[in-house]
Design a protein around this ligand. Structure first.
Ligand SMILES: Nc1ncnc2c1ncn2[C@@H]1O[C@H](COP(=O)(O)OP(=O)(O)OP(=O)(O)O)[C@@H](O)[C@H]1O
Length: 462
């Protein structure tokens, strides 16, 4: 509500401002009247009249709009021991960690500083009695840190907001806190790779440096994989609605050394999910397989490499019959097993699907044409990703990774050779690793490609 225009002259501006503030916040008409009397001395009579009626309308508006009702949610600390399920409130810790990421230290009178034991990471938080405001989807949420009273008092955080936002607070804001904290925690903790040992998993740290940035592959395929993963992550509600388990399967296929294992590592690093590398040669019975799969947590990746080598000829043919037989081929080592592909697939699609969520399954193979039809059936593996020979774009990624160069006088010649010769990214990487000098390394690669091309021409002639 603007003041009358006559009061906009510079000599009145300050008065009007004071008046506006007082009238806008006055709790009673009396306060307004006292103020008006004081101001009467300063104004011309007709301006005073205008000011008084404007002020009255401000007070009226104020009195007619009651302050929004507030709602308060209390998050108590309870016990520190997570094993005490009934008394441990994990959400209190979530709130503590979340607020540490939202706090503006300059706006606080007092701050608490704590370390994680290792000394490297310090957490800043509110002291008891202090409060801070967090903005979520345009709504203000106020947090207050409250000390427990007495020797057995329980510390708490109090969350207050306009009552009209209660649904949003409980259905969106509170879950967003847990999600944000979980994501931050997963970024801070080292990834692990688990391998099967009998019917249980043994884990070690996983520090594979591959990322989508370092992966040399056809750019549209890379983008398609990233987009697919991003879409999958966002679709929890969608999967629930259509009644499908929240899992996604990828089949990576292509010649050896084209980066299938590197892509698996890049996916794990991108998602910050632990890897469960299942060696089926170590799994004797379906029951053992089931125990292993059930032992996998949410937000994890199941990997089965060289899936074409994992099943006996007989079990691959009918997809069902459990057999104990030796299977030998040029590319796979002998395996002796009693589990079937259908046992694996049925379990992944059946019980396993309902016992967890947000899981990725990746099968790799060098020979897609040798795979059982049961595995290739539409809907079985959601995305088939071809990892091919090193093309020009993939080479540029490798050159950037190894030498931080985007251009070089030998690039044009190398581009021409790559169009004619089939080399894997692993072979190119190997050549680039041979020297720290970019000129020497690229010259070596060129000679390697030329020799290979000549060899292929000679072989064609023979
Ligand atoms: N696409 C790629 N991008 C970057 N580096 C790659 C790529 N492909 C291979 N390499 C390099 O070659 C090494 C071996 O590749 P990797 O094990 O990922 O290939 P693979 O396709 O899984 O091979 P295999 O089928 O024999 O298991 C990697 O550690 C990496 O250094």
């Amino acid at each position: 509500m603007d003041p009358p225009s006559a009061l906009a002259s510079p000599s009145y501006v300050k008065l009007v401002d004071t008046y506006k503030r007082a009238a806008g916040t006055a709790a009673s008409v009396t306060a307004y009247a006292v103020l008006a009397r004081g101001m009467a001395r300063e104004l011309l009579p007709h301006d005073l009249c205008a000011l008084v009626s404007w002020g009255a309308s401000l007070v009226r508006a104020r009195l007619e709009t009651p302050p929004a009702e507030r709602c308060t949610v209390v998050v108590r600390r309870l016990e520190d021991d997570p094993s005490n399920c009934e008394r441990y409130n994990a959400f209190y810790i979530d709130v503590h960690d979340y607020l540490a990421t939202r706090i503006d230290p300059r706006s606080m009178r007092r701050l608490c500083l704590s370390g994680d034991g290792g000394g490297a990471r310090k957490v800043v938080s509110m002291d008891h009695g202090d409060s801070m405001t967090d903005l979520f989807e345009g709504v203000k949420f106020t947090w207050k840190s409250v000390a427990g009273e007495g020797p057995d008092g329980v510390d708490s955080f109090e969350l207050s907001f306009d009552a009209e936002h209660t649904d949003m607070a409980l259905a969106s804001y509170v879950p967003s806190i847990t999600a944000a904290v979980e994501q931050a925690r997963s970024l801070n903790c080292a990834l692990r790779i688990f391998m099967n040992e009998g019917a249980s998993w043994r884990g070690i740290s996983h520090h594979h440096p591959a990322t989508f940035g370092t992966l040399a592959m056809d750019p549209p395929t890379k983008q398609a994989v990233i987009a697919d993963i991003d879409r999958f992550l966002k679709r929890k509600e969608y999967y629930r609605r259509i009644g499908k388990a929240w899992k996604r399967g990828y089949l990576l296929y292509g010649p050896p050394g084209t980066g299938k294992s590197s892509l698996v590592a890049a996916v794990a690093n991108y998602l910050r999910f632990n890897l469960y590398d299942l060696d089926l040669a170590e799994v004797r019975y379906n029951s053992m397989l089931q125990r292993l799969l059930i032992g996998m947590p949410n937000k994890s990746i199941l990997v089965i490499e060289d899936i074409d080598c994992c099943f006996t000829a007989a079990s691959r043919e009918d997809g069902k019959t459990p057999v104990t037989a030796e299977y030998d081929s040029d590319d796979c080592s002998n395996t002796q097993q009693n589990i079937t592909l259908s046992g694996l697939l049925n379990f992944i699609d059946g019980l396993w699907s309902t016992s967890g969520e947000e899981r990725i399954i990746i099968f790799t193979t060098n020979y897609k044409d040798r795979l059982d039809q049961a595995l290739l059936r539409p809907g079985r593996m959601d995305m088939h990703v071809y990892m091919g020979y090193c093309g020009w774009e993939a080479f540029k990624t490798l050159a950037r990774n190894y030498f931080l160069v985007d251009d070089h006088p030998l690039f044009q010649e190398i581009q021409g050779l790559l169009a004619q010769v089939e080399v894997t990214p692993a072979q190119v990487s190997e050549m680039l690793l041979r020297s720290e000098d970019v000129d020497v390394a690229l010259q070596g690669l060129m000679e390697f490609l030329t020799t290979k091309m000549q060899g292929e021409i000679d072989a064609g002639k023979a």
